[in-house]
Design a protein around this ligand. Structure first.
Ligand code: SF4
Length: 382
């Protein structure tokens, strides 16, 4: 388990208020600063001459690699493993569970099946996903075939390569058995740092009829704790479902989801359409976008580059300022695009209305609603 700065600090003289507390011999002003640096791996434990043996052995254990990383494919583009926490909120998960389709080159419909896999992609919250890889089986595996597949952004792998990488396969005997194995293997890797549990883990799903059950099982294994899932089935709905779930699990909880900062259009707007404005925090964007989509009138939504922060957070962190609004309007050449000269800002930023008004000159700034679901009534009242 990764040690936090606070956990390290508890063992140092500064926390125990004993002799040498905050003595600065390590080069840092306090034991707490040193502990925080150690937790981030930006300093060396040897610098403190007063560290007890218990902390030393904890730090040595902590520095071991929890789970190894493996790069799949000829171009090594699909990375699995490398995880070092049990729970996403402990820090973050690193490499999303790879979703791979097994295809037999000797099957008559191989080319059609391959095309279907290669053509598949989904875009969700500004991220585009394809199937991570194809496990090639049969007698017609060639370098040309692998090159062609990898050029389309999908890795290729063979059974022999998986074996050579020492990827640990859990054979599905029953759901509970697989879950128990997945959890105990991750626990041994992350908490006990056991060398023989440090390889990435995979599950191979043989062809099956019940896709709902397959989606449920595979979804669970994405959450806990498969690094690689290989399917004999390929189905667009199945993969869309799993990729959507996976995106939610493997986002970094320390970084908010964001959408591209630009002007979004709803219901074919023209130069006289309404203009709304918000930040690029994904949840804010989707809440507003859903409402604008369902309005019976066309509109524009200007999304500012606010580092994925929600409206009030962005304002308090100075990532949403009147100057930024003016710059965004200028960057997207809004004046040239539309005749409309009114911009509706989020109600939560009502206190900024005059400030924004001064910066955007030609546009009249109107204060909108605090909540996205009230936009419809607000528009009617205008
Ligand atoms: Fe604390 Fe050790 Fe640094 Fe002294 S040398 S300040 S005891 S961490």
């Amino acid at each position: 388990m990764e040690l936090s700065g606070l956990q390290i600090f508890k063992y140092l003289p500064g926390a125990k208020k004993t002799e040498h507390a905050n003595c600065k011999k390590c080069g840092f002003p306090t034991c707490m600063t040193f502990a925080l640096k150690l937790a981030k791996n930006t300093t060396n434990m040897e610098l403190c001459p007063h560290m007890n043996d218990e902390l030393k052995s904890l730090l040595i254990q902590n520095s071991k690699v929890a789970q190894k990383e493996v790069r799949l494919g000829v171009e090594h583009k699909t990375i699995i493993g490398g995880e070092n926490v049990m729970f996403r909120h402990d820090k973050t998960f690193i490499n999303p569970t790879a979703l791979v389709v097994a295809l037999d080159t000797d099957e008559n419909d191989f080319n059609q099946a391959l095309k279907r896999v290669l053509d598949f992609e989904i875009t969700r919250i500004s991220q585009t996903y394809k199937v991570d890889g194809v496990l090639l089986k049969g007698s017609k595996i060639t370098d040309e075939l692998r090159k062609m597949i990898e050029q389309k952004g999908v890795s290729t792998v063979t059974k022999e390569e998986i074996k050579a990488f020492n990827i640990f396969e859990i054979k599905e005997k029953s759901f509970s058995h697989t879950v128990e194995k997945l959890v105990s293997t991750r626990r041994k890797a992350v908490i006990k740092k056991e060398e023989n549990s440090s390889n990435p883990v995979m599950i191979y799903f043989e062809k099956q009829e019940n896709l709902l059950e397959l989606a449920s099982r595979a979804g669970f294994f994405i959450c806990k704790y498969a690094n690689l899932l290989i399917f004999e089935n390929f189905d667009e709905a199945l993969f869309s479902t799993l990729m959507t779930l996976r995106q939610n699990i493997f986002t970094d909880p320390q970084k908010s989801l964001q959408v591209e900062a630009k002007i979004y259009e709803f219901n074919n707007p023209d130069e006289n359409s309404m203009i709304f404005l918000t930040t690029n925090f994904a949840l804010t964007y989707f809440a507003v976008a859903n409402e604008l989509e369902t309005l019976s009138i066309p509109s524009y939504l200007i999304v500012t580059p606010s580092e994925g922060m929600s409206v009030l957070t962005a304002w308090s962190a100075e990532k949403f300022t009147a100057q930024l609004v003016a710059k965004t309007i200028e960057k997207f050449e809004l004046k040239q695009k539309v005749n409309t000269r009114k911009i509706i800002i989020p109600g939560l930023l009502a206190h900024m209305r005059e400030e924004i008004q001064e910066e955007v000159g030609d546009f009249e700034v109107i204060v909108g609603t605090n909540e996205a679901y009230l936009i419809k009534d607000f528009v009617k009242s205008l």
